[in-house]
Design a protein around this ligand. Structure first.
Ligand code: MN
Length: 317
């Protein structure tokens, strides 16, 4: 299959590399590395409508600044490569139309749940990151990893392993990191750019929400409410809420953490748990997710939503 992928790339005249919605370091780092390899006949797509929500944290990655967005892509591609995209519904709007009508499509991914939505599916479920899958793909094809490619691949692996902390980090992952670090990249600078480069308002917004957190049932439940006023005060972007629920869960004794956010479509709820099955709560509200991380949307006011969630959570403790 590796050969088939290489042949598809070589035979294509114009290639679109698609990153997933709410792009992270893995999807963008992998896209950066793949574009570095393919060169000028490939474009990267970041699925936003304009530059307002551009993932500036990762703008240090080669070629990410010149990525296309949903407003300025045209249907001129005969090969689409989806990177780190677990399911087709993470390709939206006109990008989806381009994907559906493309001559040839490839999915390169590491999500276990990926059922394979492209013509060629290169899915290695359980591997640490798409960056790692892509590195192994390059290696198996005897493709030389340049310094530019190494920046993207290292960033992808670094961020998707939580700085090599998650269980998916294997001896092989470390070997790859070692090999990439020999490509004359500055690994400590990359880590600084990924982690020590946050907008001031993001930290102030998150600190306010943590300070406002409420604890109940002997600190087994922790929650915080993101109201429209708080969002406006800090001009908070969607991605500013990432990590708040995890911080609440990280507190010793907390079993269930909630973050409730006022949005135009109702109250968006994130739940993080330690050993309790979070989907037992979200399925009551037609939501979904994983055992330790789930989400749902609840109708009504933020306080009404909170009351309903607490009622369900208390049944599980
Ligand atoms: Mn990933």
């Amino acid at each position: 299959m590796e050969r088939e992928i290489l042949n598809s790339i070589n035979n294509a005249s114009k290639i679109l590399i698609v990153t997933h919605v709410n792009p992270d370091g893995d999807t963008l780092g992998s896209a950066s590395a793949l574009k570095s390899y393919i060169g000028s006949k490939a474009d990267i797509l970041v699925q936003i409508n304009d530059n307002f929500n551009f993932p500036y944290t990762y703008s240090f990655l080669p070629h990410i600044n010149s990525a296309k967005n949903l407003s300025n892509i045209q249907n001129e591609y005969d090969l689409i490569i989806a990177l780190d995209i677990a399911s087709i519904d993470r390709i939206i709007d006109n990008a989806r139309k381009i994907f559906d009508t493309a001559n040839n499509t490839i999915a390169i991914d590491h999500h276990k749940t990926n059922k394979g939505f492209a013509k060629i599916n290169y899915i290695k479920g359980g591997i640490s990151s798409t960056g790692e899958v892509l590195f192994d793909l390059f290696k198996s094809l005897n493709i030389k990893i340049t310094k530019e490619m190494a920046i993207g691949l290292f960033s992808a692996i670094l961020t998707d392993t939580g700085c090599f902390k998650y269980e998916s980090t294997t001896p092989h992952t470390f070997k790859i990191a070692s090999e990439l670090s020999e490509c004359k990249i500055n690994t400590s600078e990359i880590a600084d750019l990924c982690y020590n480069n946050k907008p001031k308002n993001l930290i102030l917004f998150q600190n306010t929400l943590i300070t406002n957190a409420v604890f109940c049932l002997n600190d087994k439940i922790a929650y915080t409410l993101i109201t429209k006023e708080i969002i406006e005060k800090f001009s908070a972007k969607d991605e500013y809420t990432e990590g708040i629920c995890e911080t609440l869960r990280s507190i010793s004794g907390v079993e269930i953490a909630f973050v409730l956010k006022e949005t135009q479509n109702g109250i968006k709820v994130s739940i993080r748990t330690k050993s309790i099955d979070a989907t037992k709560i979200t399925e009551k509200f037609k939501g979904g997710g994983h055992k330790r991380a789930a989400g749902c949307t609840v109708k009504g006011s933020i306080n009404q939503a909170l009351e309903q969630l607490l009622d369900e959570a208390k049944l599980l403790i």
